[in-house]
Each structure stands twice: as C-alpha cells, then as structure tokens.
Design a protein around this ligand. Structure first.
Ligand code: FES
Length: 166
C-alpha cells in the first residue's frame, strides 16, 4: 500500500510528480525513471520502494520487481560509499581484470560470494564483477560510483583505493 511507507520528503514527492507528468499516455513508462530517482535518494531499492512505486503508477509490484531484477544497475540492499565495478567480460578478463578484482578485494578486505557484490568489513566498499563496460580496447576497465577508469593494473588499484580514503 502506498500509505505504508513512512513520510517521504516533500521535495522527493515533487520530483516524482514531475517525472510522472512526462508520461501522460502511459504511467508505466515512468517506472525506470522513478527507480533511478529512488536509488539516487535512498541508496537502494527496498521492497517498500517496489510497493510504493507500483502503487504510484497503478501497477502490480511484480511489474517493478521485474525491472529491478533485470537491470544490474539497481541495488536491492545498501552498498558501501564506494561501489567498485570491475568488468570481467572477455577483453577485460584477458587483460587482467581477475587480478584487478583480487587486488581490490585484498586492499579493501571485501569478502563473500563473488557471484554478487561483496562488502568490506568496514562497510565503506562494495566490490562487484560486472559485464562489459563498453571500453573493451582499454582493459581492465573499472567504475567507482559514476567515475570510469581504464587500464586498471595493480598500481592503479592502489592509487584508486588510496584516493577513496582522502
Ligand atoms: S570487455 Fe571490459 S569493457 Fe568491454
């Protein structure tokens, strides 16, 4: 139920209304923009978020959940302040991305099941393998939050992790 979510900030609700107004023919088309808005504001897409967005767009929660589970950019749990994505697709794998990933793990202390995002013990870092980041000629390719890095060897990993601490 849309009423079950604790009061959302007025400016957020205004952003939601403004976004939905761009889709007068099909409110459903606002689903992805609203998911991005929610994640930018609250950090991840909770079950409450799914229910709230579905209700706001007069959809079933499954219509929102299927987007959240299909698109890898959506998070279903809180992540660290620094989200490190390491490409593991062929060009980057051949270019050393598994070593890059291992070095990020070592320097951040992140552990866990590498089939999904893994967290450092202090919660500051979330490290994750991802598929192609569209710069296959400059492997290994990494993103930290919205910043993009190419040719990330061990030295560059050390520099990047150090910069996160500054
Ligand atoms: S294979 Fe890594 S960016 Fe394409």
């Amino acid at each position: 139920m849309i009423e079950s979510v604790p009061a959302l900030p007025q400016d957020f609700l205004a952003q939601v209304d403004e976004t939905v107004s761009h889709y007068p023919v099909s409110k459903r088309s606002a689903a992805l923009p609203l998911l991005h808005l929610w994640q930018e504001r609250f950090g991840f897409i909770s079950q409450e978020a799914i229910d709230w967005i579905a209700a706001r767009l007069e959809l079933q929660p499954i219509h929102i959940l299927e987007l959240v589970t299909f698109y890898p950019m959506f998070r279903q749990r809180p992540f660290g302040k620094f989200h490190i994505r390491v490409c593991r697709t062929l060009s980057c794998a051949l270019g050393g991305s598994y070593q890059t990933f291992a070095h990020f793990k070592k320097l951040t202390g992140a552990t866990g099941d590498e089939h999904g995002p893994i967290d450092s013990p202090d919660g500051r870092f979330t490290v994750e393998f991802v598929e192609c980041l569209a710069s296959c000629g400059t492997p290994p390719v990494v993103m930290i939050n919205n910043d993009f890095y190419e040719k990330v060897d061990a030295n560059k990993v050390e520099e990047l992790v150090r910069r996160c601490g500054e």
